[in-house]
Write a protein that binds this ligand. Structure first.
Ligand code: GLY
Length: 352
């Protein structure tokens, strides 16, 4: 079976790698592999703390994929020789003001519907667990099952693993997937999938990358916060990098305007929560675009007998990579029931 994958972000590469391992002859088409959302993503693997009201249909798939991550990371590292910095330290979510604390209580009730462990923390306990937190924190929750990974390393590993598995790469831009010489085609071009008629819009996100020196204290694990009504996350890595994110803007493909304000907001809110952030070196601000369907749920499944969509992952591209890859590879190789119906890419068409 000859499979063409359009898009060499993490989703496209993981599908290619998995399908090649199942015996498909795979070609990936992308003029600039890894130049999209995979380069900007923070790498949060959060089946609980990324849950949103109104998006409950995603939760079982998120849980499946997040729980698959430790095995996926180990397999990927073995296949590629590239470490992906998977960290299984717990995620702490805290509120700064009374309103923030009340919002976390409201969200915790949603997180608990996933059946995952969500422990309520008094302020003192939150600060015992993370001494870098401001003393003004009003409490929060500890979520042991929400982890993180380094998306740029994941992308490099997927490129290497796919190449080793025999996947071929074409650096050309695809105008017409119907013209590709393949039995099956997967559209995994992120926001670029809109050019193929898929209903994705770009939801802009700005992310900061900071760096702590070897002697500076760093958060032990991911810290998420609600800071006077604003959500923020701080993701530390073993090598001293600290990712602070993220804005959520409906600005189309605008990569430039408002980035000064975005950096200001992210720094202000993160320093309010973890004052030590002010002492780190600011390495970069990166702006990316989350490919997002009208209902914020992924677009995964058949578009026609030959074409499969694998996009619209919104905030969850890295978290959903293992489950998307396994299920889309299975679908391409003949398992018609591989994908949850809620993600049908044709669900917005009239009469569906
Ligand atoms: N996954 C977090 C974000 O998109 O900001």
């Amino acid at each position: 079976m000859r499979l063409a994958v359009v898009g060499a972000g993490s989703i496209g590469l993981a599908i290619a790698w998995r399908a090649a391992n199942l015996g498909a002859r795979v070609t990936v088409h992308d003029p600039a592999p890894g130049s999209g959302a995979s380069r900007v993503a923070a790498g949060i693997l959060a089946a609980a703390t990324e849950a949103q009201f109104g998006e409950e249909a995603l939760l079982p798939f998120m849980a499946e994929s997040v729980d698959a991550w430790p095995g996926f990371a180990a397999e990927l590292e073995a296949a590629s020789g590239v470490p992906v910095a998977h960290r299984d330290t717990a995620t702490l979510m805290v509120g700064l003001g009374e309103g923030d604390r009340a919002e976390i209580d409201r969200l915790a009730a949603l997180y608990r519907t996933t059946g995952r462990t969500v422990d309520t923390l008094a302020p003192r306990r939150a600060r015992e667990l993370e001494p870098l937190l401001t003393h003004r924190v009003r409490g929060g929750v500890l979520v042991p099952g929400d982890h993180a990974v380094e998306p740029r390393a994941v992308h490099a590993a997927l490129l290497a693993a796919a190449e080793r598995a025999g996947v071929e790469f074409r650096a050309a831009h695809v105008e017409d997937p119907a013209a590709l010489d393949a039995d099956q085609v997967v559209l995994a071009a992120g926001c670029g999938s809109a050019a193929f008629g898929l209903p994705v819009r770009p939801v802009r996100g700005a992310v900061l990358r900071l760096r702590a020196s070897a002697v500076q204290p760093r958060p032990a694990g991911t810290v998420r916060g609600h800071v006077h009504g604003h959500a923020i996350y701080i993701v530390p890595r073993d090598d001293g990098e600290i990712v602070v994110g993220a804005t959520v803007d409906e600005r189309g493909f605008d990569r430039t305007t408002g980035t000064a304000g975005a950096a200001h907001d992210l720094l202000r809110w993160s320093i309010d929560l973890v004052p030590e952030i002010a002492e780190y070196h600011l390495d970069e601000i990166t702006v990316g675009f989350r490919p997002t369907a009208p209902d914020n749920l992924p677009l995964i499944g058949r578009v026609d007998d030959r074409t499969i969509a694998a996009t619209g992952h919104y905030r969850h591209g890295i978290a959903l990579t293992p489950a998307t890859a396994d299920r889309v590879a299975a679908l391409a190789l003949g398992d018609a029931d591989a994908i949850p119906a809620a993600f049908d890419p044709l669900r917005f068409e009239e009469g569906s």
